[in-house]
Design a binder for this molecule. Structure first.
Ligand code: PEP
Ligand code: MN
Length: 360
């Protein structure tokens, strides 16, 4: 049986205060840093009608030395948020110990982060301690790498523990080189998840996709237009001084503005095939530009090497070899030869121009 088959009975998530047809909004800081920051952010969000509060207690950092969260003691702060504001509270869990500690303090929603959903061993261990906690809501973020099966497998493991309040969060995929967004959205992957598991809530996390606060509003609008069921947005009472992800967090009042600007369109946008296809074209163009920018930077590096070693910028035999190899490759990919030649020529000319005009 395919992974998606076992997920067919999953129903859309509902939360108190969120009307059907309105997006589910989960907001709160990347990390709970102090009791004051946690409570101040939560009460400001509650005052504007947000019902679900997020905060990272244990922070998985790609590089050592970053802020790793304050750990268990922040669970007590989330407990206070829950009792004092009536909000539901959500945090990320990555180990069995995290799950036990979160369950002991009455956390309502657990989410699995991108670094954990990529690891089937971790997912299996977490799933085994979730048995018997079917009141819990669990959200599974996409894995770091764009692998739909890995995402489905992670969801399936949680579902196998008897968790039916299950949803997915799209936070984009990690990729090498410079990109506009911090994490490449590759929208076709969550669309395929939607096609395979149509009943499941799929939220979008524009904060981690965009990586900069100015992208949150356009990405949120795009996500709603594309049929995502909700948004998870990082929000901090003093974003510039946040200990993690400072550039992508917004204040509660900025969040209010963003949410007020969003247009909720009726109809079933996910069925709008043209919009979905155009989005894929946009994704391809983003990738093309990022690759071109990387190629030009390698080219300038080569230019510096040639200059230092007194070599000529244009070496015709190398150019002929490259063109031939690219035309063969293009043929295998079903690309037209003339078109490939024109594109490669334009790229080569620009490379030469860059090597002749190296910045000092
Ligand atoms: C987070 O939500 O703060 C987080 C670390 O997310 P991700 O797993 O998407 O990187
Ligand atoms: Mn974060």
């Amino acid at each position: 049986m395919s992974a998606s088959m076992t997920l067919q009975d999953i129903a859309p998530l509902s939360f108190p205060g969120v009307e059907s047809g309105s997006p589910i909004v989960i907001a709160g800081p990347c990390s709970a840093e102090t009791e004051q920051q946690t409570l101040d952010t939560a009460s400001a969000l509650k005052a504007q009608g947000i019902g679900i509060f997020r905060a990272g207690v244990w922070k998985p950092r790609t590089m050592p030395g970053g802020f790793e969260g304050v750990g268990d003691k922040a669970l007590k702060w989330l407990q206070r948020v829950k009792h004092e504001t009536g909000m539901l509270v959500a945090t990320e869990v990555a180990t069995v110990e995290h799950v036990h500690a979160a369950l002991d303090t009455g956390i309502d929603i657990l989410w699995i982060g991108a670094r954990t959903s990529a690891n089937p061993f971790s997912m299996q261990e977490i799933s085994e301690v979730l048995h018997g906690h079917d009141e819990l809501t669990v959200l599974v973020k996409n894995p770091m790498n764009p692998d739909l099966d890995l995402w489905l497998g992670a969801l399936q493991r949680i579902h196998a523990a008897g968790i039916t309040r299950l949803g997915a969060v799209h936070r984009g995929f990690s990729s090498a080189g410079a990109h506009i967004y911090r994490n490449d959205p590759q929208w076709h992957i969550p669309f395929e998840l939607r096609r395979l598991v149509p009943g499941m809530t799929i939220m979008c996390d524009p904060s981690h996709i965009g990586g900069k606060r100015q992208y949150i509003e356009p990405l949120s609008q795009l996500a709603l237009d594309m049929g995502f069921d909700g948004l998870m947005i990082e929000c901090h009472c003093d974003p510039d001084n946040a200990l993690s992800d400072s550039g992508q967090q917004v204040t509660p009042s900025q969040l209010k503005e963003i949410l007020e600007h969003l247009v909720i369109r009726s109809g079933t946008p996910v069925d709008d095939e043209l919009a979905l296809l155009r989005q894929q074209i946009d994704d391809c163009d983003h990738e093309l530009l990022a690759v071109l920018s990387r190629r030009m930077s390698v080219s300038r590096e080569i230019g510096r090497f040639k200059k230092a070693n007194n070599l000529r910028v244009v070496q015709p035999s190398r150019y002929q070899d490259v063109i031939k190899a690219r035309l063969d490759e293009a043929d295998h990919l079903g690309l037209d030869g003339d078109f490939t030649q024109r594109v490669m020529q334009a790229i080569h000319e620009e490379s030469v121009r860059q090597q002749l005009n190296l910045p000092e």
